[in-house]
Design a protein around this ligand. Structure first.
Ligand code: IVH
Length: 681
């Protein structure tokens, strides 16, 4: 047989294996991105070699299986999947097919755009307003009977609301677990020494497909409905948009992130808006779905074997990929923390190329059972640092090697001591260890600290190795002459660096404090210390009791701050820095006990503001507000800059108070009482 035939068979086998792991075991081994690529390859090969396309191919079937432990439910209308698109071109050709299909070549199509929830599809059958049967999708033709379990998830929505309930209505939706509930469930699993779930989708699937409904009840699951199947006794509205509103009026949960959009441009605008919100949403989504709104057109367009022709899932860039662990190395941080780091074969994930991922500690390596040479799933979501999620065990070769955690620091050979029950391993060399020295200087120079432009990591390494500097204060003693003598350093760069060093002397107290690298004092804590204590002298001599009384500062941080300034070495460095001319403007001390207008309020920012977003966020947080990404009924204020879009519309719809930037700035300097006066005016 031809090589295409063999390739097709190999792909089919892999896809069947992954389908089984995903749908039956609720324990997928590879991320969706890898699955999608395998499916793409299979579909391309089958298209090029139609003689090898068989009905039982995974490309022709909806993924799952019905498992024998649950009774079988045969779907009266098949539960189909969705076609995927990953690019604008694919969206363009989808839209072209639709326009041609409904004879509207010159007109824009109205679509309903929805988030593509990453959970599991269910069908809910209501008769005379009561839930009589719920089923999983299974293989699309039949699924598992999960009626009892769905009653636990639906709560009040087990019975439809309103007077005019249809005789029969079959509703389809996605059951999912919120990110927060997933984290809580996994903490619980770990506390009971049970295997944690890989992601919220698995947790949802595993929780719903429990034989004991009491277990399902104990797991926080939610559902959003997105389609209607069979209906008897009433006629359907004429658009999908109206159908969703109708479902809502029947008391069924329907997401608020829906939009009616026109043509490809409208779809893309929605896609970008939701992509921006992705990390701030309370649940996982892996893309958006566009559906032709007119139901008569949906009927005209019909279905392929697997999916409706009138809908497209526009997937987001993958946040998980598979790559190889080429090595594991030990990194020594600025506080001496010794961390194993996986050196990875570079992989594009979450919008960047990832070639390193922290493995945290020995326990984490044991938990993952990670070896050098393993294939691993790497995840990078939003701005979160990349992490290794799991090992692809089925691809482990015999050549993999175990990494042995060292007992001595690989840089200064001091003993590594273990703290916090073995979770933290620390080099005991202190600033004698050149790795710690280098890292503390890099931190001091970094953008969010003293922001010394041109002082890159390599340069710091060289300065320390050549013994030209021993601590951060020595940086300000460097002459242009000395800098020029360094490798690959021309006259111009040396002058630039010298100027940058000088310029960095003018800073803020918060940046300076952060730059000192006091253990546990990050940017926010540094800002709080600066805001509440006001000057360096006070901070250097503050007592633990006083620190604890400051909002958001706990006993551990307090101890760390006091201990830092007790050390003569640290005091000397601070004094040297001030003597070298480091200075900052006076800080206006925050007055305690004054409640701001924004305290305990949920605030959303949208549109372009004249101040940077991060600054606006910090300001709001310092005033006690919670800043979130999307507008909901829980939002108290929307701060809208120029060109505010859909968030503004939504806020208006929900009656959320909208402030422009001017009002925001004015209110941020008012306390609650004066706000009350102003609003009465
Ligand atoms: S509509 C006939 N809408 O994605 C069309 N599906 O990859 C049926 N999904 O099986 C699906 N969010 O489990 C639809 N807004 C949404 C969705 C959605 C998530 C899931 C659903 C489906 C799968 C296909």
């Amino acid at each position: 047989m031809s090589s295409a035939y063999h390739q097709i068979n190999e792909l089919k086998e892999k896809l069947e294996y992954h389908n089984y792991r995903y749908y039956v075991l609720d324990d997928p081994e590879v991320p969706d991105s890898v699955y999608d690529r395998l499916m793409r390859s299979l579909m391309n090969l089958e298209e090029a070699h139609p003689e090898h396309l068989l009905e039982n191919s995974p490309s022709q079937k909806v993924g799952g299986y019905a498992v024998r432990s649950f009774a079988e439910v045969v779907h009266r209308q098949p539960m189909r999947s969705l076609s995927n698109g990953f690019s604008k071109q694919e969206l363009d050709s989808f839209d072209r097919r639709i326009r041609e299909g409904v004879g509207q070549e010159e007109r824009e199509i109205q679509y309903v755009a929805e988030p593509k929830l990453d959970g599991l599809a269910v069908s809910l059958r209501y008769e005379n307003g009561w839930l009589v049967q719920a089923a999983t999708r299974g293989d699309g033709k039949s699924g598992e009977n999960i009626t009892q379990n769905m009653r636990q998830v639906l709560g009040d929505a087990t019975q439809l609301a309103g007077e005019a309930v249809p005789e029969v209505i079959e509703v389809r939706g996605e059951v999912f677990m919120s990110k927060r509930d997933f984290a809580t469930l996994n903490d619980f699993q770990r506390s009971k020494e049970r295997k944690p779930f890989a992601n919220p989708r698995n947790a949802a699937a595993g929780s719903l497909r429990q034989l004991d409904p009491a277990v399902t009840k104990s797991r926080p699951l939610s559902i959003y409905c997105y389609a209607i199947g069979e209906v008897v006794g009433v006629s359907l509205p004429s658009t999908h948009w109206q159908s969703l509103q109708w479902l809502r009026s029947l008391g069924l949960p329907v997401t608020e992130l829906l939009a009616q959009v026109n043509g490809v441009d409208g779809c893309l605008e929605y896609y970008n808006e939701i992509l921006q919100q992705r990390d701030d949403l309370p649940f996982d989504i892996d893309g958006v779905v566009y559906k032709v709104s007119r139901l008569d057109w949906q009927d005209d367009l019909g279905f392929t074997a697997k999916a409706p022709r009138w809908a497209l899932a526009h997937k987001f860039p993958a946040q998980e990929e598979v790559t190889i662990v080429e090595n594991v190395e030990i990194q020594v941080g600025r506080t001496g923390a010794v961390t194993p780091v996986a050196r990875l074969k570079p992989v594009f994930v979450g919008g960047v190329t990832v070639s390193n991922a922290t493995l945290h500690n020995q326990q984490e390596m044991d938990r993952l059972d990670i070896h050098i040479g393993d294939y691993v799933v790497v995840r990078r979501a939003g701005d979160v640092i990349p992490e290794v999620v799991s090992v692809v065990m089925s691809q482990r070769s015999e050549e993999v090697r175990k990494f042995i955690f060292p007992h001595k620091c690989p840089v200064c050979f001091s003993p590594i001591v273990s703290e916090e029950g073995g979770i933290i391993a620390r080099c005991s060399g202190g600033l004698f260890c050149s790795a710690q020295k280098k890292e503390s200087i890099k931190h001091f120079a970094s953008r969010k600290a003293m922001d010394i432009e041109g002082l890159g990591n390599k340069l710091v390494d060289q300065l320390v190795e050549d013994e030209l500097i021993d601590d951060v204060a020595d940086l300000y003693g460097l002459t242009v002459q000395t800098i020029k003598s360094l490798e690959r350093m021309g006259e111009k760069s040396a002058n630039n660096l010298s100027q940058a060093l000088n310029a960095s002397k003018k800073t803020t107290l918060a940046r300076f404090l952060y730059g000192l690298g006091i253990p546990l004092v990050g940017e926010t804590t540094a800002e709080t210390l600066s805001l509440y204590l006001g000057d360096l002298e006070t901070i250097m001599n503050v007592e633990e009791d006083h620190l604890i009384s400051i909002p958001d500062i706990g006993p551990i941080v307090s101890r760390s701050v006091v201990a830092f300034f007790k050390q003569t070495h640290n005091k000397a460095v601070v004094e040297k820095l001030v003597a070298a001319g480091v200075f900052w403007p006076l800080v206006e001390k925050k007055i305690d006990n004054k409640q701001s207008v924004f305290s305990s309020k949920t605030v959303v920012l949208t549109g372009s503001l004249s101040m940077p977003r991060t600054e606006a966020k910090t300001l709001l947080k310092s005033l006690g507000a919670k800043v979130t990404g999307s507008v909901s009924s829980k939002t108290d204020y929307l701060i809208a800059g120029e060109d505010a879009g859909s968030k503004m519309e939504k806020a208006e719809k929900l009656g959320v108070e909208i402030l422009d930037e001017g009002e925001f700035i004015r209110l941020s300097s008012l306390d609650v009482l004066s706000f009350a006066d102003v609003s009465k005016e």
